[in-house]
Design a protein around this ligand. Sequence first.
Ligand code: GLA
Length: 428
Amino acid sequence: MIRLILVFLTISHSYALNNGLAMTPPMGWLTWERLRCITDCEKYPNECISESLIKRTADLMVSEGYLDAGYEYLGIDDCWLEKTRDDKGRLVPDRKRFPNGMKAIADYIHSKGLKFGMYEDYGNLTCAGYPGVLGNEKIDINTFVEWEIDYLKLDGCYIDPIQMDKGYPDFGKLLNATGRSILYSCSWPAYQEEKKILPNYASIAEHCNLGRNYDDIEDSWASLTKIMAWFGDNQDRLAQHAGPGHWNDPDMLLIGNFGLSVDQAKVQMAVWAILAAPLLISTDLATIRPEFKQILLNRDIIAVNQDKLGKQGLRVGKKMGSGSRSKLEIWKRELYDGSFAMAFVSYRDDGIPYAAKFTYYDMQLPQSEFEVQDLYKEEEIRSWDGTSDFEVRINPSGVKFYKFISKKSMSEIWDITVKMMVKNQVCN
Ligand code: GLA
C-alpha cells in the first residue's frame, strides 16, 4: 500500500504521448556529433553520410554487442537529402550516397534486428540547408511510413519558435494517425530556450517522446560540463516532466571521439544515466578504442539509465574548494528497487585524485546502512553504516559512480521516504 502511495506521489505531472514508445530512454547510434555533414565520399569514404556508413554501422552494432546491450536505433541525422524535391513534391535521398534509396536502408537495418531513425526539420530547411517539412507535412509523413522508419528527430531551424507550440503537436498527431509506431524526438524546447521563451514542458511531454532541451553538444569537456551545469541549474522545471514515454534530451554521447579523456567519458555516461537521458552513441564503431567501448557497454550503468521507475535524477549537492576548478558535484537518481545511483563528479584539474567526505545529509540519502557498489568496478564493494562520513577519491575531471543499496528492508525504506515526503509537503 505504502508503495502505491509513493508511486502516486512521485509520478510525473505530465501525460505521456500515447504511442507506447520510449518507456525507458531510447538507446542507439546517430550520425551527427561525430560525422556532421560530411558528404564527400571520395575524399572521406569511411565518414561520409551514406548507405555504406549505415550498413557498416548496422553490422558493427550487432557484431560488437551494442544491440545486445540495448542500443537498438540506428539514425541518420542531417545531410541525407537532395537539395530539391522530386516532381511529385517528395523528399529524395542523395542519389549518389544512397543509390538504392531509403527503403533499402530500412530493410537492411531491420534485417539486423535494429530500428531505423531519420532526421527532418519542421521549418523550411534543415539546419544544414536541405528541404524541411513545412508545407509538405502530410506527403513527408507518408514517405517516412513508406520507408518504414521507426524514429524521427524533428529539428527546428528556419521556423519561428513561437509556432512550435502548435506545430510540433500537430505534426505528432499526423505521425500517430499513420498507425506506424514512430518515436517522436522534438527539438522544440531547445529553440525556445535559446530565444528565452519558457517552453511548455507539460505539453512537450504530452506530445513528444524526447525533447531536446539545450545547445548542441560539441566534442569537448567544456561543452559537456556546460550542458551538465544547465541541466543542474534548471532541474526544478525539467525533471518533473520526464517519465516513461517522454524524456529530456541533453544530446548525444561524445564517448569514443577526440575531445574527452577516458575519465571524462565516464562522467558523461554516469550523468546521462542519472538524467534518464537517451543514450545515442555518435562515434565510429569500427575504430573506437576498447576503453571507450567498455564504458558504452557497461551493463550496470545502462541498467541505471533504463531503470523502470523512470525518474530523472538530480544534482543534489555542490562543494566548492578554493576556485571553481576544485568544484565537486553529487548527482543522484532513485531507482525502482529502492536503491540510489550516486555520481560524484570532480572538476579539479590539479593532478592527483583528491578525496572528499560526505554525510548522508550531503548526499540526501535516507539514514540507513548501505552496501555500496562501484558501477565502474574500480573499487571493491563496501559497507557504509550511514552515520560516519562516506569518503570518495575521484580522479581529476572524473567521476565515482556508485549504487547505494540499503540494508534495511524495502518497506522500511519506503516508510522513511514517505515520512520524509509528507514532512516536506507539510513544511512547504
Ligand atoms: C541542429 C541540431 C543538431 C543536428 C544539426 C544538423 O544543430 O541541434 O543536433 O541535428 O542541427 O544540421
